[in-house]
Design a protein around this ligand. Structure first.
Ligand SMILES: C[S@@+](CC[C@H](N)C(=O)[O-])C[C@H]1O[C@@H](n2cnc3c(N)ncnc32)[C@H](O)[C@@H]1O
Length: 163
C-alpha cells in the first residue's frame, strides 16, 4: 500500500461493516481483505490495469485464506481501466479507489448503489480524500475527509511510460 492514512482506513472499515458488494480499484490485496470480510454471501471485485499485477494477485490469493472465495467467484480480480469501474456487478455498496484521480469518474458514481459510498483520492501533488455518498433518493454528496498522497489513477500507457 503506497499511502497509509489512519482516518482513511478507520473510515473505510466502519463503513464496510454495512457493505456486501464492493469494488476495489487498483488493488488485489484490499479486494481479498474485503472478500474475507463479506464472505461467500458478499461480492468483492478488484480492477487493476496491469495484467502482471492481476496475475500475481491470483497467485497470492490462491495461497491465502481467500482462495475458496476466488474459486467460488464471490471474489474476483479483473484486468481493466478502473476509471470505468466494473459495470457487470454494479451497483456497489462500497467503491474504493487506491490511486489519485484527476476528477471523480462519473462511471464510478453511476455504479454506486443508493445508500452506498465511494472513497477516492483526487488531485495531483496536493490530493484530497473524497467521500462520495449516494443517498437513498439518488442525490450525491461529496466531502473532503483528509489530505493524502497516492500514485495517479491513469492510463496503463501513461503509467508504464512514467516508470
Ligand atoms: C499504490 S497501488 C494501490 C495498492 C493497494 N492499496 C493495495 O493495497 O494493494 C495503485 C494501483 O493502482 C493501479 N492503477 C492506476 N491507474 C489505474 C487504472 N486506471 N485502473 C486500474 N488500476 C489502476 C496501479 O497499477 C497500482 O497497482
Amino acid at each position: 500500500m503506497c499511502t497509509c492514512c489512519i482516518n482513511y482506513c478507520l473510515l473505510k472499515l466502519m463503513y464496510l461493516m454495512y457493505s456486501k458488494r464492493g469494488i476495489w480499484i487498483g488493488s488485489g490485496y484490499l479486494t481479498a481483505c474485503f472478500g474475507l470480510m463479506v464472505g461467500s454471501e458478499g461480492h468483492a471485485v478488484g480492477v487493476e490495469h496491469i495484467p502482471e499485477l492481476v496475475a500475481s494477485s491470483f497467485r497470492n490469493i490462491e495461497n491465502s485464506a481467500a482462495a475458496l472465495l476466488l474459486k467460488e467467484g464471490s471474489l474476483q480480480v479483473h484486468v481493466g481501466d478502473g476509471r470505468l469501474g466494473w459495470p457487470d456487478f454494479a451497483p456497489y455498496d462500497a467503491i474504493h479507489v487506491g490511486a489519485a484521480a484527476q476528477e471523480i469518474p462519473q462511471s464510478l458514481i453511476d455504479q454506486l448503489k443508493p445508500g452506498g459510498r465511494l472513497v477516492i483520492p483526487v488531485g495531483n501533488i496536493f490530493q484530497d480524500l473524497k467521500i462520495v455518498d449516494k443517498k437513498l433518493d439518488g442525490t450525491v454528496t461529496v466531502r473532503n475527509e483528509a489530505s493524502v498522497r497516492f500514485v495517479p489513477l491513469t492510463s496503463r500507457e501513461a503509467q508504464l511510460r512514467d516508470y
